[in-house]
Write a protein that binds this ligand. Sequence first.
Ligand code: G4P
Length: 527
Amino acid sequence: MTDLSDAIARRRTFAIISHPDAGKTTLTEKLLLFGGAIQLAGAVRARGEQRRARSDWMAIERERGISVTASVMSFEHDGLSFNLLDTPGHEDFSEDTYRTLTAVDSAVMVLDAAKGIETQTRKLFEVCRLRDVPIITFINKVDREARDTFDLLDEIEKTLALDVSPVTWPIGMGRDLNGVYDLSADQVLLFEQTRGDHIPEGLDMPLDDPRLDGLVGEAAAAQLRNEAELVRGACPPFSLEAYRAGHLTPVFFGSALRNFGVRELLGGIGRLAPPPRPQPAAPRLVDPLEPAVSGFVFKVQANMDPNHRDRIAFFRLCSGRFRRGMKLKHPRSGKTMAVVNPVFFLARDRELAEEAFPGDILGIPNHGALRIGDTLSEGEDLKFTGIPSFAPELLRRIRLDDPLKAKQLKKALEDLAEEGVSQLFKPLNGSTWIVGVVGQLQFDVIANRIEAEYNLKAGFEEAPYETARWIDADDKALLRKFADANPSAMAEDRDGALVFLARNAWTLSRAQQDFPDLRFLATREQH
Ligand code: G4P
């Protein structure tokens, strides 16, 4: 194997999707612990510190106790390179999350064993399905009273229309939790009470080992043997092909908090999850094995460090072997840029990236040249596709306390829009900017950041619009006609694309009826 194909085969780039509170943060931390990326005693305490350190630049994270920013964590384990992309869990931040999912090759879906599939799990699952992202399911919190295991599996199968194939099986739940049984390896792993970062050795034995009856009790052992037989009869056997095509999910059980079942999950990701896949682009699909370097920006974050006004583009490498200092073409502007200071995001740090391979995520510091959706290539005019902007569901007018600072405000709003935090519309009738977001909480985030990072006091007031649609038509005269007919509802986005600001669903549907040849788009590919 060449260096490139070997490096690709060793990479696993994945994200965790879940409903808030299912245990994504805890599981992330434990995957890093089991992966050897963090060693600190008392990982939970470390998480608190890490959270505080990260949120220094954003008081709102601290106030609300939620993680607003997505980040990337890379670690090496068992000869493999894992890139874990953290997706913001709060339901308000779906747009950022959607885009993060464009940069992964697979996902781990975390469910709370007492709750099963929840609203946000479902939404995120749908995004994965759109892109055929393969999903491993982790049923968490088996150390607490939970729903019946068969019921949970049934729910996944029915609500997500997905075959389920358990890889491990819980031996009891809650107070009666004794361990998990690895169905594929025929190994019983006994549960051991642990705390912090202690990794239990576990005691492994096959299901028919007579010691089992003594260890977990005859009744529990008999129940497990019975259930194992039932599962083998009732669930389809695991098929790597069906999983990688997104039709089947392997299921693991465990407790992230108690460090239980996490090692099996990590092993499962290594064994089953796909290495970097070909990525859709125009005019052609890009194979990771191609020697020429290419990739795309799926996230931009400004002001990560308040002391340095840096702006980092999160770049997913899709093909070729990247070397620091390489000159890459930026097809959107036609310019060439030398990538001299790219960084890798390690669990706790950043590190200068000397070389990188497909599946890796590079942080590229820049001064605003790179935007979400941008492609970089070694010369070819490529454009990776499927990185959408969503029509905002909430629109507000921005109000500035000191009108003399309008210019600074414009800069702040543009920076935040570039990060994908919000969208910015300039009404054609000359009135003040309209800011659009997908979730209410983002208005607080924006006001807070404008104050903290740009020293401006601004607020939001109601705007007489409920929704926005990008409009387009083959016949440009028709666009003009529509704009003339709706002068107070027309705006431009940051790229000068025409946007219709609709007062309500009724005006939108009326406009669609009146102008059947016009396209009203709820998503727009980034330009
Ligand atoms: P999230 O990122 O998906 O929102 O979830 P997070 O990991 O923050 O976990 C949510 C709550 O569930 C936390 O409790 C966490 O300790 C708990 N939890 C996570 N995994 C398990 C598990 O396997 N078993 C049990 N019993 N609980 C689990 P909290 O009290 O809200 O927060 P904290 O004070 O522990 O940080």
